[in-house]
Design a protein around this ligand. Structure first.
Ligand code: SAM
Ligand code: SF4
Length: 331
């Protein structure tokens, strides 16, 4: 246990000794999911944690308050599938009131978005990321091991209708994506949607996808479909690089976690649904913070500061995370 006052006095302004600003927190609110995406979870799925092992919303709020007091200004809710946990909009509403949190967003597979988009909007959520790896029903079902595409597309429509902005669509570059690039291009041209192609990472079931498709290969094909120019990121752009077709409403982006090394600029921490704090997606290192959340506030502060301070600038690839799936970590 960290108890010393000396530690509590440590500066929390810069929030990293390397003068790196760590201001982004991803909070996973559940390890459960209604999909079983091939690159995320193994064929038989995963054993879910017992409800008692999952942080309560009270505990999440308490953690967020302390993190915000240390410089966290942006929070993304994720999972598992966050919308399968009852009360997600109510949590968002409470997080929106936490002093210091200026930007709230949610990552969802979109299946339940049609049902909850309205409540989420009223709760104060403005930004949404929807994961959508294929816009062809059969391929979508194959990629998710049986999920239906129609509710996800309906959820996306609802989000646009309600005025969520920006709406980002995350498409992991799974084998076969080359054959339907025109679907994603049409989406980015006709709707105010930021489509981001993501390199699959060797994490969880993604360990099995050895042959990730590199950005350059997709970019070359996209260039054959029109006049594609580099543009600035939409709000919350993170490590993605963006492009736009002439006259398009939306953009095309790339998150190339494997081709690019953006450890240097990484500004995020992750809180797992079962209360583990992680400072790197590519490492299994984690700290159990639940007892700190329920204990002394200064001790929790110190644990968060330690996690911020021990973020590495360049993670060696042999240190890849293997212990948990992305649905358990919170992608
Ligand atoms: N269930 C929600 C969803 O799918 O949007 C939120 C959680 S999911 C773990 C968050 C993101 O992680 C999704 O966009 C998903 O595509 C991505 N993801 C999962 N496993 C991945 C892997 N091995 N490589 C790259 N991205 C992955
Ligand atoms: Fe579920 Fe998201 Fe993982 Fe797909 S990527 S299995 S939707 S947690």
């Amino acid at each position: 246990m960290l108890t010393s006052c000396r530690r509590a006095k440590r500066s929390t302004k810069v929030n990293s000794p390397q003068r790196r600003i760590i201001d982004y927190l991803r909070i996973s609110i559940t390890d459960r999911c209604n999909f079983r995406c091939r690159y995320c979870v193994p064929p038989k799925g995963i054993a879910f944690k017992a409800p008692a092992e999952i942080l309560s919303y009270e505990e999440i709020i308490r953690f967020a308050e302390v993190a915000a007091s240390l410089g966290i200004t942006r929070v993304r809710i994720t999972g598992g599938e966050p919308l399968v946990r009852p009360g997600c909009p109510a949590l968002i509403k409470r997080l929106a009131l936490v002093p210091g949190i200026k930007d709230l967003s949610l990552t969802t597979n979109g299946a339940l978005l049609g049902r909850y988009a309205d409540e989420l909007k009223k709760a104060g959520l403005t930004r949404l990321n929807i994961s959508l790896d294929s816009m062809e029903p059969e391929r979508f079902s194959q990629a998710t091991r049986g999920a239906s595409l129609a509710p996800v597309l309906a959820g996306l429509e609802k989000a646009l209708e309600l005025g969520f902005s920006p709406v980002k669509v995350n498409a992991v570059m799974i084998p076969g994506i080359e054959q339907e690039l025109q679907n994603f291009v049409a989406l980015a041209r006709e709707r105010p949607v930021h489509v981001r192609f993501i390199e699959s990472m060797p994490i969880g079931a993604g360990m099995g996808i050895r042959k990730f498709i590199p950005r350059e290969k997709i970019l070359d094909r996209l260039r054959t479909l029109g006049d594609l120019r580099p543009v600035d990121s939409p709000p919350g752009g993170g490590p993605a690089r963006y492009f736009r077709y002439a006259g398009a409403q939306g953009t095309i982006g790339f998150i190339s976690s494997m081709s690019d090394h953006f450890c240097n600029n990484c500004n995020r921490l992750r809180l797992t649904a079962d209360g583990k704090l992680r400072n790197c997606l590519f490492s299994d290192a984690e700290v159990d913070v639940r007892s700190f959340i329920n204990g002394d506030r200064d001790e929790l502060k110190n644990v968060i500061i330690d996690s911020m301070n021990s973020k590495k600038f360049d993670r060696r690839r042999e240190e890849l995370a293997v212990a948990r799936t992305m649905s358990q970590i919170g992608g």
